[in-house]
Structures are given as C-alpha cells and as structure tokens.
Write a protein that binds this ligand. Structure first.
Ligand SMILES: *[C@@H]1O[C@H](CO)[C@@H](O)[C@H](O)[C@H]1NC(C)=O
Ligand SMILES: *[C@@H]1O[C@H](CO)[C@@H](O)[C@H](O)[C@H]1NC(C)=O
Length: 247
C-alpha cells in the first residue's frame, strides 16, 4: 500500500518536474495593468525568499520596479547587523539592488512603532510612485490590517493595490510542485510560478541567510510550495472592506 502511494507520488513528481521548466515559465502572471512599481513589505529578513521568491522573480521578469521594506524590530537577539547584511545579499541574489532595500532601524528596546512604519511606507509610496504592495498576513493579522489601512490612506494613494499572499493549509504548503494543479484551480488574482533556473536562484538567495539555515529550513526549501508558487489576492478598496469585515 505504502509502496504504491510512494510510487504514484514519485511518478507524479517526476511528471510535474518534467513539465515544469517549459510550461511554468511560459505562464506569464496576470498583473493589474497599472502595476509599474511594487513595494514588497516583509516582517523579517528571509521572508523575501522563504515566501516571496516567485513574486519577486515574476515582477522582475515583467520588468516592474521593485523595492523591499523590512519592518522587523525587536526580535533580532543581537543579530541585527548580521541579518541586515543577509537581507541585502539575498535581495542582490534575487536581482534587487541594495539601494532598493530598506529596513527599519533595529533597536531591541523599541516596540513595533506604528507611526514610524506608516511614515516610512507612505514616503516610499509617494517617492517611488508605488502602485502595488505585496504583503502576507499570516504572521500578524492586526499588523496586516494596519498595513492595508496605511496603504490606502489618503486620496494620494488611490490606485495603489495591495496584493495579499494566499496562505495555504499545512498539507498544501509542503506539496511542493504538486500543489500546482490546486493553485491553478483555486480562485486567485495573480499567480507567480518559477522556472527551474529561478528556483535555483531562490535557493541561492536563501543560502545568504546563513544565520537562519537550520535543518528544518533546509527541508522547507525543498518542499515548500512558497518557494515555487505564489498565489495572491488583489485587494482593491471595496474588496478590502469586505475582507477586513470578514476577519
Ligand atoms: C530600484 O529603484 C530604482 C529607483 O527607484 C528603479 O529605477 C529601479 O528599477 C529599481 N530596480 C529594480 C530591480 O527594480
Ligand atoms: C501583532 O502586532 C501588534 C502591533 O504592534 C502587536 O501589538 C502584537 O503583539 C502582534 N502580535 C503578535 C502575535 O505578534
């Protein structure tokens, strides 16, 4: 029984991998046509490759401008400088120059500072004419709602869309490429997938986070679908209201 399951599983994986290189890189994501410059919001250094590598590589493939803002403070355990450098190197490996990467000043004594964060985000949006903000919600819903509110604050920012990374259940999360059929079938606004070469690039980027490369993260790199597939929902102002009410 187990042998059959393993055999069928391997065959499926082999089949998926053999289709992967050609089919996936051909499938251009359907981006909102206005998306010209994106600001990726992440909570910790390494989120950019553990969760957003397909999004980053997809946006760059589509020749969109990309900026990264990392707002983690207070949980660095004196690794602030190390992790900051790791973030810069990892972004470089993904194709984002250091000048496009910003992180909040690190100070373990400073609580998560909403004013500072919203100022930083709004300044970025204005200065760089950001029109798309990819982010993920699973770390902290309170913070995510706050971020979405900040991004839509003020008439200046009308038209700035928020792309929320879809969080999948733990079963789908570790299906790796086998989650593709599901990802195609489930409703989503934007789907980014990586080619074989881009998957290697994402793994190289993760290797820049030496301080974080514990054994379970290495397993994550091999099996997590987020390394290969990102499905995102576009929150326009109306949809956002509904989503916020539902949560
Ligand atoms: C980095 O930022 C600059 C200035 O906003 C922009 O022109 C450039 O396209 C960005 N680079 C990438 C790779 O998005
Ligand atoms: C989520 O963010 C809020 C805002 O700073 C913070 O007060 C709260 O402790 C965070 N919750 C978790 C579970 O991290």
């Amino acid at each position: 029984m187990l042998a059959t399951v393993l055999l069928v599983g391997s065959l499926l994986l082999w089949w998926a991998c053999s289709r992967w290189r050609d089919a996936l890189s051909e499938r251009a994501p359907v981006l909102p046509c206005t998306a010209r410059a994106a600001l990726l919001l992440i909570a910790h250094p390494d989120d950019e490759c553990m969760f957003f590598a397909p999004t980053i590589l997809g946006l760059l493939r589509e020749q969109r401008q990309l900026h990264v803002l990392c707002f983690s403070t207070g949980n660095y355990y004196n690794q602030g400088e190390i992790r900051k450098n790791e973030l810069i190197h990892s972004c470089t490996a993904l194709g984002i120059p250091p000048s496009n990467v910003t992180d909040l000043p690190d100070n373990p004594n400073v609580q998560w500072n909403t004013d500072l964060l919203s100022d930083l985000i709004l300044n970025h949006i204005k200065e760089k004419k950001i029109d798309t903000v990819p982010l993920h919600t699973h770390h902290n819903i309170t913070m995510s709602i706050f971020l979405v509110e900040v991004i839509h604050a003020g008439s200046v920012f009308i038209g700035c869309g928020v792309l929320v990374l879809e969080t999948v259940n733990v079963f789908r999360k570790y299906l790796s490429l086998l989650d593709l059929p599901g990802s195609w079938l489930y409703p989503k606004d934007v789907l980014f997938t990586v080619s074989g070469a881009q998957y290697s690039q994402a793994k190289e980027a993760m290797k820049c986070h030496q301080s974080q490369l514990l054994w379970f993260r290495r397993i994550y790199l091999l099996f997590s679908r987020y390394m290969m597939i990102n499905s995102l929902a576009l929150l326009t102002c109306e949809k956002e209201e509904k989503a916020l009410k539902a949560s």
